[in-house]
Design a protein around this ligand. Sequence first.
Ligand code: APR
Length: 313
Amino acid sequence: MAIRRQKITIVGAGVTGATTAHWCASKELGDVVLVDILEGIPQGKALDLFEAGPIEGFDSRVFGTQNYSDTKGSDVVVVTSGVARKPGMSRADLLGTNAGIVRDVCQKAMAASPDAVLVVLTNPLDVMAYVALKATGLPKQRIVGQAGILDAARFRTFIAEAVGVSVEDVSALVLGGHGDSMVPLVRYAHIGGIPLSHFLSEAKIAELVQRTRVGGAEVINLLKISAYYAPGAALTQMVEAILRDKRRVAACSAYLEGEYGQKGIFSGVPVILGGGGIEKVIELELNAEEKAAFRHSADDVRAQMAELPPDLR
Ligand code: APR
């Protein structure tokens, strides 16, 4: 039997889409198709990346296109297309614009690859994942939003730096919506299996939690555009977990139907991520404070959902 290469479609060839393509190709996770509405951009970035193969030693094919027929038969579709908020643009305007983009690209991409798992990055993330669900009618397991891996990576980076240990030994979990109301679970953070409280004072931990909450803004303030290396790395880890059915345990945005006391919204929860997408939502026992923070975060997502155009609610 011929072995088929796996195929990854990345919609949006902006900074995050291109960075994700870079990592997916260099890890040989599969062939990569980059899609964007801008004529020439996905083609140019894809060709440039493809030509790095002989030097970096990867055989992944990388191809850029405007045409969804080229994405046919993809195993994973990653959605990074959208616009950033511009001066004078209200949050509702941004939400409406990105919702329209996400609806359109998800419908086109899933028509070409009906069996794919859909990974959403476009912000506001938890709302856009909901739009993807509504627009495609896919089973909830096959739509997963990227948030918790990035937020936890930021927390892990700050912890490792503060303690002076390898980032590889730091484990952390950040739940809730992808925004200022995210819920870093200090109780579940550890270094090599040892609780964080062994290494850091409460005040220092609180400082790192706060830096994690505003981690996205810290980069934007410096760069004037959104972060893309760490988001691209997080997306790549999710693509790998799906394509290789690794059953990774990490926080991802998942559609909740009663878990954590929430119904009808996407929010960051610990999941098992594998070949079928979200194989399982892991329900943790939260304490009163964590529960309140999770609820507050879910209310925040719900308030944003209320700003969606009526046909997308
Ligand atoms: N179809 C395909 N691509 C589109 C569409 C569309 N309908 N609309 C916009 N795009 C493309 C843009 O042309 C651009 O190349 O999406 C890309 C977005 O890339 P960047 O502007 O570089 O944004 P990036 O930082 O990569 O972030 C992607 O994630 O953080 C969110 O909401 C933010 O929308 C942004 C998304």
